[in-house]
Design a protein around this ligand. Structure first.
Ligand code: SAH
Length: 257
């Protein structure tokens, strides 16, 4: 019997934890978290969500912290595979959706390469959560029929081709863009985007301390600086952010000021 047990390989579940509020977990995610004995999570996962775990669950943080050395992706992949090969089901919990800037693809491939079964549970990505919480439709028949998600982090930013992603009738959602806000504004204007194109910065979407800030594109660097915008935040660029019927967003803005 001991041998048979030893032969059993665990499953890796790549689970989206959504943007923060535990209410925004899928039922499947909540059930997996509640049942898990091993949870490997990153820094964006809200503590309120980790509270759903069993008291005897083993929680492993692979949080990315700016000042400290972070666990390299390679090591995270190895950790997940090692746990599964040792016979444990592993819940790999990620902020938002595992397949939107979550490196879920790399972890899935690592599992497959090691012959470990892997399942992906989608989550509400920050863009969807932020849009709902701010009353800001990503598409609208009067304002946008295209929406794009891009990563605004430093590495390779200048080489990325964003031309045509932002503009009239289009919504551009930038993840990880707080640090590089000045370069982002510059890049978009160099691509021909109007300096007065409206945008919204949504910080801590779906959390108690959410802020919705608005400015024209040219004022983005100043806004981020003056308001001391912190990660996690999204920059949403396009006419949907300036619609007169953004009543909900205005209400939220008033309460945070
Ligand atoms: N997989 C995640 C994204 C991870 S990348 C998802 O689908 O949402 C990390 C970036 O996501 C952050 O830098 C920020 O831009 C964005 N983000 C995540 N949670 C957020 C939140 N609650 N509010 C605003 N932005 C958030």
């Amino acid at each position: 019997m001991g041998n048979l047990r030893h032969m059993t390989i665990g499953t890796i579940y790549l689970v989206g934890a959504g943007p923060g509020d535990p209410d925004l977990l899928t039922l499947r995610a909540a059930r997996l978290i509640e049942a898990a004995r091993v949870i490997v999570h990153d820094g964006l996962v809200d503590p309120a969500i980790l509270k759903l775990a069993r008291p005897d669950a083993r929680l492993v943080s692979v949080a990315k912290r700016r000042a400290r050395h972070t666990m390299p992706q390679e090591e995270i992949n190895e950790l997940l595979v090692a746990e599964a090969l040792a016979g444990h089901d592993v819940v790999r919990l990620k902020g938002g959706d595992p397949f939107v800037f979550g490196r879920g693809g790399e972890e899935m491939e690592a599992a497959q390469a090691a012959g470990v079964p892997v399942q992906v549970v989608p989550g509400i990505s920050a863009a969807n959560g932020a849009a709902a919480a701010a009353g800001l439709p990503l598409t609208h028949r009067d304002a946008a029929s295209v929406v794009s998600f891009v990563a605004g982090q430093c590495k390779g930013l200048s080489e990325q081709d964003w031309s045509g992603l932002a503009g009239v009738g289009r919504t551009l959602v930038i993840y990880m863009g707080v640090k590089t806000a000045p370069q982002i504004a510059e890049k978009l204007m160099a691509d021909g985007l109007a300096p007065d194109m409206p945008l919204a910065v949504i910080e801590n979407a779906c959390r108690e301390n959410m802020r919705v800030l608005r400015a024209p594109l040219a004022a983005l660097p100043d806004l981020v600086d003056r308001e001391r915008v912190q990660s996690p935040a999204l920059i949403v660029i396009g006419q949907v952010t300036a619609r007169e019927d953004m009543a909900l967003a205005r209400m939220i803005e008033e309460t945070v000021r």
